[in-house]
Design a binder for this molecule. Structure first.
Ligand code: PMP
Length: 395
């Protein structure tokens, strides 16, 4: 390439790169392609299969001719099922191509250049980039382990300015598993009472994977309903990441604006996937309990093993399927200057892929997903243990 290429990135792309999680997964795949044996505990994807009755519903829908464009806001049947489960009406529901598109729709529909979006960190890597792409300014508030990785009301009050448009919450959280109690949600809502210009995006996509009591923002703060967007989907609870179905529940004018964005970008979500999501929501829900119990057992196994490692401390996450240990002692042991350098070392020396905390806005940590088989988890933890053990390091 000479320097004369006419390709130029838009200004709003500055700082936007392929997500660190995707880069790590690609690095792991490249090592595998070289013949290295690599264990990846890096992706946020359940290893359970999509339930068979969901797959059967997709087959049946395709065979019955549900293969055409769908209404932009979602099929009437799926919107009605989502609305019924949430105790609302279909006009307050939009179905999108994954929860990720719900987030993007919301930001594109509401942010003017320089508008601020407050996000407690650590938070999912895409939040800040979606806000930036939509022309907004992420206001990232670090919430360390000492405060349970959660935002305190006084910190929220200090962060709000005349440009604040959204507060983004995620409970249970990716990457920490933290859950906001009803009281904690109420305390945040009380701060927002004085700032009617601030809308709330409550990302509840891990709600079925809570190991302790969980409350929706809708329930905790009904007075916010007119400025609340709930984000949810089938990806995590029903092991349907590839089907790409998520939804937003919010006031009708907000949903219509989000639909106007979606109508120009992707149109309605996949017909077959919506039929599958409908089967997931209306079919046997017992599988949620079974899977939650399995994840809880894995959590306990992973947290115990992590805390036994030198230089690693990990609180048990209350939900989702990630452990987010403090690794500062382990970084020191290996002479790693940053959590990213530590994760690279672990990948190179031990063939284990985990994600550095800085990708989520809180350095000094790493994220390990435990949505993997016990065999993979044990292999990954053994590798981490071998790297951290004193003496020569096995390759
Ligand atoms: N929100 C959070 C907190 C997530 O972790 C993810 C997926 N990693 C999403 C939203 C997006 O989910 P989907 O697959 O439905 O786009």
């Amino acid at each position: 390439m000479t320097g004369t290429s006419s390709f130029r990135r838009a200004e709003r792309m500055s700082g936007i790169e392929i997500s660190e999680i995707v880069q790590l997964s690609e690095a792991a795949a490249a090592l595998r392609a070289e013949g290295r044996d690599v264990v990846a505990l890096s992706t946020g994807e359940p290893d359970f299969p999509t339930p068979p009755h969901v797959i059967a519903a997709a087959h049946a829908a395709a065979a019955a001719g549900q293969t055409r464009y769908t209404p932009t806001l979602g099929t009437p049947a799926l919107r009605a099922a989502i609305a019924a489960a949430a105790g609302t009406v279909a006009g307050e529901v939009i179905v999108s191509t994954g929860a990720k598109q719900v987030l993007a729709n919301a930001m594109l529909a509401t942010l003017d250049p320089g508008d601020e979006v407050i996000m407690p960190a650590p938070c999912w890597t895409s939040y800040a980039d979606i806000v930036t792409l939509a022309g907004g300014r992420p206001v990232v508030l670090p919430c360390p382990a000492a405060q349970g990785f959660k935002l305190r009301p006084e910190e929220l009050a200090r962060a709000i300015t005349g440009r604040s448009r959204w507060l983004m919450l995620n409970s249970p959280s990716n990457p920490t598993g933290a859950i906001y109690s009803r009281e904690e949600l109420r305390a945040l809502a009380e701060v927002l009472a004085d700032h009617p210009q601030v809308m709330v995006l409550s990302d509840e996509i891990y709600r079925h994977l809570a190991f302790s009591p969980w409350t929706s923002m809708r329930e905790a703060a009904p007075e916010l309903t007119e400025r609340l967007l709930i984000v949810d989907g089938v990806s995590k609870a029903y092991s349907m990441t590839g089907w790409r179905i998520g939804w937003g529940i919010g006031p009708a004018p907000m949903i219509r604006a989000m639909g106007a964005v979606q109508g120009q970008v992707t149109s309605g979500a996949s017909s077959v996937s919506q039929a599958a999501a409908l089967a997931a929501l209306t079919g046997d829900q017992g599988l949620l309990d079974t899977r939650r119990a399995a994840l809880r057992a894995r959590r306990d196994r992973v947290v115990a093993a992590l805390n036994a490692l030198p230089g690693v401390t990990c609180a048990a996450p209350d939900g989702a399927f990630y452990a987010f240990p403090d690794i500062t002692g382990a970084m020191e042991r290996l002479g790693a200057e940053s959590d990213a350098a530590f994760c690279k070392l672990v990948l190179d020396r031990a063939g284990l892929a985990i994600v550095p905390g800085r990708a989520f806005g809180l350095p000094g940590h790493a994220r390990l997903s435990f949505a993997y088989s016990d065999a993979d988890l044990d292999a990954g933890l053994d590798r981490l243990s071998a790297v951290l053990a004193p003496g020569p390091v096995a390759a």
